[in-house]
Design a protein around this ligand. Sequence first.
Ligand code: PLP
Length: 390
Amino acid sequence: MLEPAAGLSRLGTETAFEVLARANALAAAGRDIINLGIGQPDFKTPEHIVEAGCKALRDGHHGYTPAAGIPELRAAVSADLHRRHGVEVEPGRVLIVPGGKVTMFFAILMFGEPGAEILYPNPGFPIYESVINFTGAKAVPIPLYEENGFSFDAGEVLARITPRSRLLILNSPANPTGGAVPKAELDKLADGLLAHPHVAVLSDEIYGQMLYDGRQHVSLLKYEALRERVILLDGWSKTYAMTGWRMGFSVWPAALFPYAERLAVNCHSCVNAAAQYAGLAALTGPQESVGRMVKAFDDRRRVIVRALNQLPGFRCVEPGGAFYAFPNIAGTGFDARTLEQKLLEEAGVAIIAGTSFGRYGEGYVRFSYANSTENIERAIQRIRLALAES
Ligand code: PLP
């Protein structure tokens, strides 16, 4: 009998990929499936970025790069952070990683062990809880509530900190809720954290350029007093429609950077060389495609929120960012998982149960509106019919 390590039995998953597999299987069997499940832009990577990746291959960039990334790209990330957030970040603290998830994995590995506590948003990106459990640390949920627009209350977060807390995970704009934390709340949190110097912060800002109604993103890097304990998670996946390229970056406190780099050497050696040149073109080239994509998401956001609020049993707060709507479905009489399955099997619409994002997601489902307005409208129509027939 093989005896895998105990931690593996505690590892969770991202059910979005399972729903995707089921949706694809139904589609392969001839069903017309509208996929509002998977969280990735439905746009192609802009042409100049694709071209830069192809050119890098033709130019012979086929070998290993430095583990932390090519120097030009680390410098470009630093310049981009300055352009977007007005902060100075030495390129020496920037690590290029294969996707946003890797930063999350490394940060949680760095602080997670039996006896440690790690705070994370719930409902939230499911991999936070999964990896915390894997390390044997205690996963301490920060419940997010609809009444708050799925932002958090700084006082509630601070109240959960104990002497055993090692890492606090934040995500704004958020998956799965679309919640965006207002600056005033971040200010309060940053102030309060001064009393807890033993707590590091992982700030997942992968949707930082997707905010609506004039909201401005405030990076945790802006808080100078926290600079030596904030780990920034960001990347190319969402902003430049590059989920399949596997390109992300992190900024680390100086004391943690050597560990992050060492984890990279142990884990993946370096990121695909050609993809790094594509990432460089993304940051240094024209940015119009980002604005166009966010404008399209904003238009669809309005369509989907209005339509969801007209569905019997549904109630949806306006998401402030990302490309997700997270309606309350308590009025339908179904729990989240049953509704997810029913809508996929009976209506051919793939969505994700809120419970896939933690126990505080019960009573909600996630719609990704990274799909055409036409498909969103068709999906809502089908849901209306499926609910009327049940
Ligand atoms: N963080 C959040 C909140 C996400 O929603 C995702 C992807 O869905 C990631 C990180 C991971 O991004 P990547 O695909 O670059 O690994």
